[in-house]
Write a protein that binds this ligand. Structure first.
Ligand code: PLP
Length: 436
């Protein structure tokens, strides 16, 4: 059964004539029958080109933290752009935004960028410039955007091709990446202190940065084992490796201070994007003063025509103002917890082995196992097929998570208690329909 109604199908087919595979991002391609065209989103809902309404749990892959089309954020943008959108100079809004990011996250200095990809790409350059080293440690299953250095052993790689746990093979996930890049990347399974210690002790002289998503936002939200992040912090500090927290998904979502606040760990650098703009494109690189000051003009490159543009900056100032002055994220978490617990109960009653993962603002579940998967290799042994069946049954009934269990269920403030109840009702039907 296709997800597309008649109008959606016609528009999608029109799209394929000019846009490769009919999508602007490969992550939005679900095949010729199920790739969707959306025309409207408001609060917790999204509507497709046929007018079918969905409670949205993809939320644009995470950015929407307040709710779709938030009126206060829109109004702040409209007011600001009356005076122009771009000047190739600093603006007071940029100063306000960077001060807010610093205050809320505890980072000392902040530079703006437009997307998560740009933020992580620049963070790596800064770390290299700061340390004089060139290599990078990243986790299997983690995604840090589209730049060549990070597209190794992401969650779309086949777990079997990653080599042994003790000696992982960084698995490139796209054609078009020069072979030589391989030499700069070490990959390691999440949550394994011994393997990380071995790797760092062998390689630290060459390693500029270790980048980590403190909860794995591209791997069903798998969380760090108690003490793991502390060990990562200890080892990177001991060996002079810049610790980058990629908070593109966790930032301004798990807490105002992101994962650094939740886990009480201070990284050397952090990257922010998604929730910062509630759907407007804006991002940031933040970190310790000493490291951020590596960005000396003429010495280390960072820039961009649209960096600090008024649209994204005005939106982010408003979003952060709302988050800082109201208990938004606490409420998002409470409702997320109700949804998570309700889903857990439904899966238990349906006798489906599962493990709930992640934190309430960004959670997932892994099927076919009752023990906690700690890394991508364990995640990949789960029953992805059954997960997809349940997701597709939910989507058919108007509740839209991603069909791929690696992508968490994202909560936003517009998911109120009634929406949680509606979702649980649909989820229950979806689970039993998928079981048949
Ligand atoms: C953890 C993480 N880092 C970086 C990125 C890249 O961000 P963007 O899509 O804004 O380039 C993503 C995107 O999903 C992400 O999840």
């Amino acid at each position: 059964m296709s997800m597309q109604g008649e109008k959606t199908k016609a528009m999608y087919q029109q799209a394929t004539k000019t846009i490769p595979y009919g999508v602007s991002s490969n992550f939005r391609y679900w095949g010729p029958e199920d790739t969707m065209v959306m025309t409207k989103a408001q609060g917790p809902y999204m509507w497709d080109a046929d007018g079918k309404r969905y409670i949205d749990y993809r939320l644009g892959f995470g950015p929407v933290i307040l709710g779709h089309a938030d009126e206060e954020v829109h109004a702040a943008v409209v007011e600001a752009i009356k005076d122009g959108t771009i000047f190739a100079w600093m603006t007071p809004l940029e100063i306000e935004l960077c001060e807010r990011v610093a205050r809320m996250t505890g980072n000392e200095m902040v530079r703006l960028t437009n997307t998560g990809t740009e933020a992580t790409m620049h963070a790596l350059r800064i770390a290299r410039a700061h340390t004089g080293r060139e290599k990078l440690i990243k986790y299997e299953g983690a995604y840090h955007g589209m730049s060549d250095y990070y597209l190794y052993s992401t969650a779309s790689s086949q777990a079997r091709s990653l080599g042994s746990r003790r000696h992982p093979i960084p698995q490139v996930n796209s054609s078009g990446i020069p072979k030589g890049i391989n030499e700069y990347v070490y990959t390691v399974p999440f949550n394994d202190v011994e393997l990380l210690e071995n790797l760092i002790e062998r390689t630290w002289q060459d390693v500029a940065a270790l980048i980590i998503e403190p909860t794995m936002g591209n791997m069903a939200g798998i969380t760090p084992q108690p003490g793991y992040l502390e060990k990562v912090r200890e080892l990177t500090a001991k060996y002079g490796i810049v610790l980058i927290f990629d908070e593109v998904k966790t930032g301004f979502r798990l807490a105002n201070g992101g994962a650094q606040e939740v886990f009480n760990i201070r990284a050397d650098m952090a990257t922010y994007a998604k929730s910062m703009g509630n759907g407007y494109p804006v991002a940031a690189i933040a970190g310790k003063r000493e490291i951020m000051l590596t960005l000396e003009p003429g010495a280390v490159s960072h820039g961009g025509t649209y960096v600090g543009n008024v649209v994204g900056t005005a939106a982010a100032v408003k979003v952060l103002d709302i988050l800082e002055t109201r208990p938004i994220l606490a409420e998002v978490s409470q409702r997320g917890k109700r949804l998570m617990d309700g889903m857990d109960e439904i899966l238990t009653e349906a006798d489906i082995p599962h493990f709930m993962t992640g934190l309430p603002a960004m959670f997932g579940f892994i099927l076919g196992t009752e023990s906690a998967p700690q890394d991508f290799r364990a995640y990949a042994k789960g029953d992805g097929e059954m997960y997809e069946k349940i997701a597709m049954q939910a989507i058919a009934r108007g509740v839209m998570p991603d069909s791929d269990g690696r992508e968490p269920w994202f909560m936003c403030h517009a998911h109120d208690d009634k929406i949680v109840d509606d979702t649980l009702e649909v989820f229950k039907e979806a689970v039993y329909a998928a079981k048949k």
